[in-house]
Every structure is written in structure tokens, then in C-alpha cells.
Ligand binder design. Structure first.
Ligand code: FMN
Length: 551
């Protein structure tokens, strides 16, 4: 995939268009929201069959490897959660080497199982640290490390179901990652490298081909937790999306088709260069079957293959070169964001926030959210994330837009956010609760919540610069904003939930400002209210019947 101009980006456009959600005109029926996917003449029912007989296991469980148990109690710093969430990952520090306690904490707080809960109807529900589309947990976390305090060098899988590590390879294999990334500097200096994979079927069982968008939405949701915990532990962190896919997959012994590496994170910094690369042999390890049979969604494989890189040299060339997106011009009457008074800012740690976070769909409709709370959340989540392919401090690839339903001092209406100026621009004033629900695929909580925040990206220049792999970058970067926004809401004692949207209706709603941009991500948030007993029971039905209720 060449970097110089005139790239063939048809695969990304084809995938994006065939996975757009479309709502039937005028229909608004919460009980049975009909969602279609794709473009004529190839429109399908978005939610697919979801045959319970083949519902996939949400864990990868190796059958022959012994667990290496991890601790569960960790010291935290006194960094307030909001500061941890706002951290970019860049830390000026010459050496920062995690030990087994930090590793356990990073794993548990990003991909771990926090608790099991029995619903009134008797069904056991598992809560993971980070949210995930439809609770269709499809991400695995692997670690590649040198010698660390409490952990020998190796390649490990984090087993979320029993909070332990499984050692896949003994010895220091970091050089394989350094080579696959084309000597990416943060990876080359990292004592620990996290590798996230997605097993597509575990999400596609419900969402079909759109699962490939969720790969990046859900990875970003888990990454927001991981990066905030790394900041609290004073570990530099950089997300790396430029890597030779087959080389990383071979290191993890995953096939790259059912399960594939989707993101790397360099964690910590040391001067100890990894030793020469040991030979990488296939492992042939057995794992529990996910389901009796699996359905293949060829659009996922096609998009993943079309956005893959084949060598470290290609990865290095891919990330080299500046890309600065053009930003909308400043407006005449900007509304400056106003940070919360430091004395009023909460001091809970990021661990406390992650432990208490649950997706919230019940909002105190009449109680306004303060403008300072909204401003603080936006500023924290727009500081950006250190990423191999993005320029630090450059504007984001996406433009943030808001539907404001109830924020003190702000007219209800549609707004554009200008991250550079830290201002809002009122695009259109007016009551938009019904529209907010409609855009969120006829989900009523979006109309009741105080704010709906969208990220829309002008994909054409992004794909022109980054090729088809730019689609991964655009989805992940936008979702990181949305995920940080949700964590920040929880840090402020508000509630939040990720959501989904009828793609083109979102663009139309924010146009002409958003004309030509594509829907990437939406986060919904506001002041929580305690649900009634009936609503709690409904919630348990909701979780059971997520197939209908939760898009
Ligand atoms: C990217 C993303 C999109 C989501 N979309 C929706 C949605 O459209 N509707 C909804 O009710 N919940 C949505 N959720 C919430 C998930 O259903 C929720 O995270 C999952 O059930 C796990 O529950 P928890 O977040 O309380 O841990 C979304 C979550 C994420 C991370």
C-alpha cells in the first residue's frame, strides 16, 4: 500500500457504506426498532439471526496452559481520575518499568471481569471493566515483555475469566514487535507491549459485518481505561497502529482471520534493548470452541485484509509524514468552554471510577448538567492520545458535535465543538429530544439524556493519506474521544453510555456544517437518576433480551 497520493481506498468506502445503519422513514417504535444495514440493493436486517444455539463464548480459554494467578489489590496514586483520563500518554521520564502488580492492574481494569451479578430472573450477568457493544465481548489482551519484577520474559495471554496470565512463549520476544512495527521508537524502548486482538465472530454473532467498526469502538473503550491507569501508574504509553499484521499474529499464534491483532500499546520506558529475535514457531495450542459453528461475514475479512500491512518497512513508511486535518474556521460568536473550579473537581481515583462505572440509561431529565461539567469533560477528552501515526498536538481527525438537551446556560440545540479554541458554536437552537432518540436508532434514553456527543470525520483526506488503514485510525481515534468522554462523565458523578446511530441522518442533522463527514461514534451522558424497582427488573430483562433492546 503506497503512501503517495491516489490511493485505492475503495475497500474502506465499500465497507463503510455496506455497514451503515438505516432507519425506516418515519418509524419510531421502541419495542421493535427495525434497523437495516447497507445500501440498496443490498440492505439487510442489521441484527442478523443471533441463533442462541451458536452464541459464542465471550472468552478465549486455553485448555492446556496452567494459569499464573495475578494479584487483585493495588496501590493507586493520588492523581484524580479526570487528570488520568485527560493524560495523552506522553510522560517525560527516562525510565519507567512496570512490575507484576502494575500489569495485573492494567489487565483487570481494561479487559478484566469485575463482578458477576444474578438478575431477579436468575440469570448470571458478568460485568467487565470496560463497556462493549451489546456486551458481546470479543477482545483479547496479550502481553509481550522482557524481564520484569515478578514476571519472567515471555508472551502471555491475559485470561479475563480467572484473572490470570497464560504463558504462550517463554523468553524475550519484544524484538519481533520492534521489527513488525519498523522500529517504532516507543515500542523499541518499551519493557512491556500490550497487544489487543479481536475475535470477530464473538461480536458479529449479533452485529454481522458492522462488528468490524465495533472492533475499534470497543478497543478504544478498553484503551481509555488502560491509558488512564497507565497515567496513574506514571507509565508512558503510546498506541501503535502501524505494524505488519501477519508478523504480530504469528507471534501470538492467532490466524489473522478469525482472531487478529488490532492495536498495540507501548507501555513504560527502559534503556535495556531487547535481545535478538528468537525463532517464532507455531504453537498449536488448543482452546475451548466458541460455538458449535460460526458464520463468516466476508466483508470483515475483506476490510481487514485490505487495511493490512505486510512488513515492518511498510509500517514505518505508513506512519511517516505529517497529516494535519483542516479544521472548520472559527466562528463569530464562540461560546468559550469553562473548566470546573479546581476546588469543586472530584478527587476519586481512576480505579474507583472504573469499578463503579456501568452504562447508564436512566437520566434525571429535568435536572440540568452544569456548563462547567460539560466543559471539563470535553476538555479532558479532547487532549488526544499519543499515537504512532498522529502528530502530537495536531487537531483531531474528527469534528465533535453535540445535541444539547439540558445544560444550564446553554440553549438546547445542535452545536459544533472547536477543540483548538475550546469553544462551542451554536449551529441551530431548538428542542431536539425526539431527534436525538431517532438518530440513536430510536433508543429513547438518548432523548432523555442531557447531551449526545458525536464524532464525525471527513474520511476522504484521511483515507487518501493513510490508505485503507486510515479507516482503522479514524474509527479508533473518534472512539477514544467518546470513551474518554464517558469515563469523564462517570468521574464527575454523572452517567454515560456508548451508543450507535443511523449514519447519514446524523450527518444530515449537523449539515451544512457536517456535509461530507461520516458518522464515527456517539456517546450519551447526563445527570443520573435512580431507576425504579420496575425499571431495575426491566433492566434485567433488557440485559437478557439485549438482542432486541440494545443496538
Ligand atoms: C461502543 C459502544 C456502543 C454501545 N452502544 C449501545 C447502544 O446503542 N445501546 C445501548 O443500550 N447500549 C450500548 N452500549 C452499552 C453496552 O451495551 C454495555 O457496555 C454492555 O452491555 C456492558 O455493560 P456495562 O457498560 O454496564 O459494563 C454500547 C457500548 C459501547 C462500548
Amino acid at each position: 500500500m503506497a503512501r503517495e497520493g491516489n490511493q485505492d481506498t475503495t475497500a474502506a468506502w465499500r465497507f463503510h457504506n455496506t455497514t451503515k445503519y438505516v432507519g425506516p422513514a418515519g418509524l419510531r417504535d421502541y419495542a421493535d426498532p427495525e434497523i437495516l444495514m447497507g445500501e440498496p440493493p443490498h440492505r439487510v436486517q442489521a441484527m442478523g439471526e443471533q441463533d442462541p444455539a451458536i452464541e459464542p463464548l465471550p472468552y478465549k480459554i486455553y485448555t492446556t496452559l496452567a494459569p499464573i494467578p495475578l494479584p487483585r489489590d493495588f496501590p493507586t496514586s493520588d492523581l484524580p481520575a479526570l487528570d488520568a483520563i485527560a493524560a495523552t500518554g506522553e510522560i517525560q521520564i527516562s525510565s519507567a518499568v512496570p512490575d507484576v502488580n502494575s500489569i495485573a492492574r492494567l489487565c483487570l481494569r481494561s479487559n478484566g471481569l469485575l463482578k458477576r451479578w444474578r438478575s431477579p430472573s436468575g440469570r448470571e450477568i458478568e460485568f467487565r471493566a470496560a463497556g462493549c457493544t451489546g456486551a458481546r465481548y470479543h477482545l483479547e489482551l496479550y502481553l509481550v515483555c522482557g524481564e520484569l519484577l515478578g514476571l519472567e520474559p515471555g508472551v502471555y495471554q491475559y485470561a479475563a475469566h480467572d484473572h490470570s496470565l497464560r504463558q504462550l512463549r517463554a523468553g524475550d520476544y519484544r524484538a519481533a514487535v520492534v521489527a513488525a512495527t519498523g522500529q517504532e521508537p516507543a515500542i523499541a524502548a518499551a519493557p512491556l507491549i500490550a497487544v489487543w486482538t479481536s475475535t470477530f465472530w464473538r461480536n458479529a454473532w449479533r452485529y454481522q459485518a458492522r462488528a468490524y467498526r465495533h472492533v475499534y469502538w470497543d478497543t478504544a473503550t478498553a484503551l481509555a481505561n488502560l491509558l488512564a491507569v497507565a497515567a496513574d501508574a506514571r507509565l508512558p504509553a503510546r498506541v501503535v497502529l502501524g505494524f505488519a499484521d501477519d508478523e504480530i499474529n504469528a507471534l501470538l499464534d492467532v490466524d489473522g482471520e478469525r482472531e487478529a491483532a488490532v492495536s498495540l500499546v507501548a507501555l513504560g520506558r527502559s534503556n535495556d534493548a531487547p535481545p535478538d529475535l528468537p525463532e517464532i514457531r507455531p504453537l498449536g495450542l488448543t482452546t475451548l470452541p466458541l460455538s458449535e459453528r460460526e458464520i463468516d461475514f466476508p466483508e470483515i475479512g475483506a476490510m481487514h485484509a485490505a487495511s493490512s500491512l505486510t512488513s515492518g518497512a511498510e509500517a514505518s513508511a505508513w506512519r511517516t509524514g505529517a497529516f494535519v486535518p483542516s479544521v472548520p474556521s472559527p466562528v463569530e460568536a464562540p461560546i468559550p468552554l469553562q473548566l470546573l473550579d479546581a476546588a469543586a473537581a472530584p478527587t476519586d481515583s481512576i480505579d474507583t471510577v472504573i469499578e463503579r462505572r456501568r452504562s447508564n440509561r436512566h437520566y434525571a431529565e429535568e435536572t440540568p448538567v452544569s456548563f462547567a461539567a460539560l466543559s471539563t469533560m470535553l476538555i479532558a477528552s479532547l487532549k488526544g492520545t499519543a499515537m504512532d501515526c498522529l502528530i502530537p498536538d495536531a487537531p483531531p481527525l474528527f469534528t465533535p458535535y453535540l445535541i444539547v438537551n439540558n445544560v444550564a446556560g446553554l440553549s438546547p440545540g445542535a452545536y459544533a465543538v472547536h477543540p483548538e479554541q475550546q469553544t462551542l458554536e451554536l449551529l441551530r437552537a431548538g428542542e431536539m429530544r425526539d431527534t436525538a432518540s431517532r438518530l440513536a436508532c430510536d433508543q429513547d434514553y438518548a432523548g432523555i439524556a442531557h447531551v449526545n456527543a458525536y464524532a464525525l470525520t471527513d474520511l476522504a483526506p484521511v483515507l487518501e493519506h493513510f490508505g485503507n488503514r486510515g479507516y482503522r485510525v479514524a474509527q479508533l481515534e473518534a472512539a477514544l474521544f467518546g470513551a474518554k468522554l464517558q469515563l469523564a462523565a462517570h468521574a464527575l458523578g454523572l452517567g454515560a453510555v456508548g451508543s450507535t446511530s443511523f449514519d447519514d441522518e446524523v450527518t444530515a442533522h449537523f449539515s451544512p456544517h457536517a456535509a461530507g463527514k461520516s458518522f464515527m461514534f456517539i456517546a450519551v451522558f447526563g445527570a443520573r437518576r435512580r431507576p425504579s424497582t420496575a425499571e431495575v427488573a426491566e433492566k434485567s430483562r433488557f440485559l437478557q433480551g439485549q438482542a432486541q433492546a440494545d443496538a
